[in-house]
Design a protein around this ligand. Sequence first.
Ligand code: UTP
Length: 292
Amino acid sequence: MTIKPVTTAVFPVGGMGTRFLPATKAVPKEMLPVVDRPLLQYAVDEALAAGIERMIFITARGKHAIEDYFDVASELVANLTAKGKTAELAVLADTQLRPGQITCVRQQEPLGLGHAVWCARHLIGGDAFAVLLADELLWQPEAPCLRQMHDAYRRLGGNIIAVLEVPDDHTNRYGIVSPGATDGLVTEVKGLVEKPPLGQAPSRLAAVGRYILQPEVMDILAAGKRGAGGEIQLTDAMAELIGVQPFNALTFTGTRFDCGDKAGHITANIALALERDDIGPAVREWLHAQRF
Ligand code: UTP
């Protein structure tokens, strides 16, 4: 059987970002920068590196900055051109998507991640699709996470989620995998449970915001079943596909920053700043001077 490559990705960006108030009163969480690029730009770059051609953003009230960001900023381009600022023009060109590559769908109420994904059902049709949560910054420039997953998908088909091993006392914060057979980085998923109470997690393998899913998940989400926190959970819908379709977890090899969380966001800024030739030395010098 030939497995068709995945060419469409859904980016749920409709959440309220309450952990980042007051900044998120006016700035969508997904537009918060890590060094000088918005979180969403990292996720879009990761999708492009995996061969994704069509991006669907699930937006909401107050999130217009996301759509504006992906427009051509004509006045800015004219101004920079007149001043001969070629480096800045190159930065803009590097982040420009092609016309028609983005579609935005509104999530009218933040009813949960599963609900956000379901809002894309008419655009997904009958094909497998990817989901990327931009507030999870998965950093592995040589082999970006979704590319690793797409490579595995071409061999295995079915559904694939990215996982990482988290400490025992963090398992209550994630969707956790009940594992079956393991073959290197690929683990068969026997079950999925969203935010299990401490001590009741079936493993330490936690879902970290990257998914390749079969379109049938939309039929399950259509029921609108509420789960943990009263939200329509993607994890619960995925769990219903286990045993019906192939379902595997791929352990991500790279660094993960939970940028939906303040400490994770600050850490990502420091780590990525230290990697940069332009600002790395100054940041390193300051850190040394603090004698942490
Ligand atoms: P989070 O739960 O991390 O985002 O969802 P949140 O609810 O905005 O954040 P806090 O907890 O209040 O600080 C992960 C991703 O799913 C999107 C979010 O925008 C985020 O990118 N999401 C979440 C939606 O699009 N719609 C929802 O109803 C919920």
